[in-house]
Design a protein around this ligand. Sequence first.
Ligand SMILES: [Zn+2]
Length: 684
Amino acid sequence: MVRSNPLLEFPGLPRFDAVEPGHVSPAIDELLTNARATIEAVAADPHPATWDNVVTPLVDRLDRLDRAWSAIRHLNAVVNTPALRDAFHANLPMVTAFYADLGQDTRLFGKYRALKASPAFAELDAARRRMIDNELRDFRLGGAELPDDRKTRFKAIQEELADLAAQFDEHVLDTTNAWSLYVENESELAGVPADVKVEARSAAEAEGHSGWKLTLQMPCYLPVMQYADNRELRRTLHRAYATRASELGMKPEWNNGPLIDRILQLRKEAAHLLGYRNFAELSLVPKMAQSSEEVLRFLRDLGQRAKPYAERDYAELTTFAREDLGMADCAPWDFAYAAEKLKALRYAFSEQEVRQYFPEDKVLAGLFRVVETLYGISIQEANAPVWHRSVRFFDVRGRDGALVGQFYFDLYARAGKQGGAWMDDAINRRRLDGTIQHPVAYMTCNLSAPAAGRPATFTHREVITLFHEFGHGLHHLLTQIDVPGVSGIQGVEWDAVELPSQFMENFCWEWDVINSMTAHVDTGAPLPRTLFDRMIAAKNFESGMGMVRQLEMALFDMLLHAEYDPDTHEPWESSEALLAAVRHEIAVVPRPDYDRLVNSFSHIFEGGYAAGYYSYKWAEVLSADAYSLFEEQGVLSPIAGARFRDEVLARGGSRPALESFVAFRGRPPRLDALLRHNGMTVAS
Ligand SMILES: [Zn+2]
């Protein structure tokens, strides 16, 4: 008898109640075999390429693989066990290799090209045409178009880059983990929060040490920099942190300096192979920004506007440090410390106090009320197989009661669950045999769980995170596009993907929204207006310094990939020299000579943000400007909401993000709202 495998049951929701680690390998084997057979059949089909004989069969097969792998990846992230991890890692290389081969399959590339050249292409709707254009672009960027010898070289470059990226990250991790400082005398830790000290004490004890063990991990490093009265201690940690993975760091073999040069050289070579002037040009192909010049203009314009505020923030901080804290010279290791002192003095409230007003039920009801009012939907709790008893499941229905989509809420932190917050797709919307396959989303957070019979209460920061992820979720769930690859968040430009999520955050700063979603966990009283006003006042504390810091990194990243030549070392003699030039242009905070933070800038050397770090600010311009229409028409205006739903959320990746934005806002994006939200008045 053949036992059924729940990972191979389609359609329907994933059978999380029945999936076991033993199901993974047989399911992936079968799905990969079937997918390869379909690829061979499509490639061998002698008929002229059509949507129905190329795209439909591939998409049907790949959708099954995607759905099963998505469920496995999800379980591995949220209920990790050794058996599941083994099953995941045993299959990961096969799945990765499958997609790499698919991306370079010259035969399929030829099919898509023929499809594009056929008279039938013009008859397809815009979403299908865009899907085909995206596929062609991705084949080209994957090197499918290169002659064989260059294809080999291109593949070798990709492999070496993948290896260097892994090394880069390992060096940062190793050096961060290896450094520690044992403090023998508790008086040296004056000012450090008690829970941080408890943690440091048990870390020392676990190693048979007396005293307290300080590390460069964020939960230790940050509070020491913010709260430790001992200036020498702060200086020691600051230097250790800023020299990680550099020639001034712990071990020469962890120095990322040589890796940076090599990574830049290989990126430049890959860009040249594909016919681009530099890596920035290549990186921008699938993005919303058109050119590095446009990005540089954007960053410099924002920098010029933000710099006076950053200078004011800096002057305030150093004056406060001198006059109130008695620091004649405020050094880099004093900034976080002085800022915390100033903030506490000025705004006089704590996150702990605020949190009592945000019990889970009130927060969820408030969130649902906002999106139901804006988008004409209703959200009801429903039943589905889940992976943990605390997971909840909901239906999203339209005004007519018809199902639109569904989502899982896995909100609490727990052991075996990856940190952070994210939205992932479980099932994508598409048309299947004449009916609609509804989208399903995972929304995962690591919020505080309920304890000791009390409901869970969230900090304001946690409420913002929940709204943020829900924005990604709505982008996935409210799509009206049935074409795979461009429905929901699929096919949305990297630098526009954070638009719906950052947009949703704005509602957490509206009194009308907040007022109705708070109730003190003990007394039931709503959040007092006076406390809310202090939260609003603190919102933009040092936002000028914060913004120029982000702009400095974004400008450095773009110039590094657009204008710096890693072979001739021109026009700057090194990446360090480039950074110094950028700082001279935009930064207000002086930096010590030993600063080597570039050597641990994983976003651009290991992650996907190379020539893309500007995306955070770019999308924030869009989200702030989109929200300004709600500020004009009423923050819960169903008319503005319907327009945002129809022109942005519903369209997904089926047209360029800029077109969607203009269709919604009636004009191209402007900077004003972002500046205003950051407390910066718009210069005329
Ligand atoms: Zn996000």
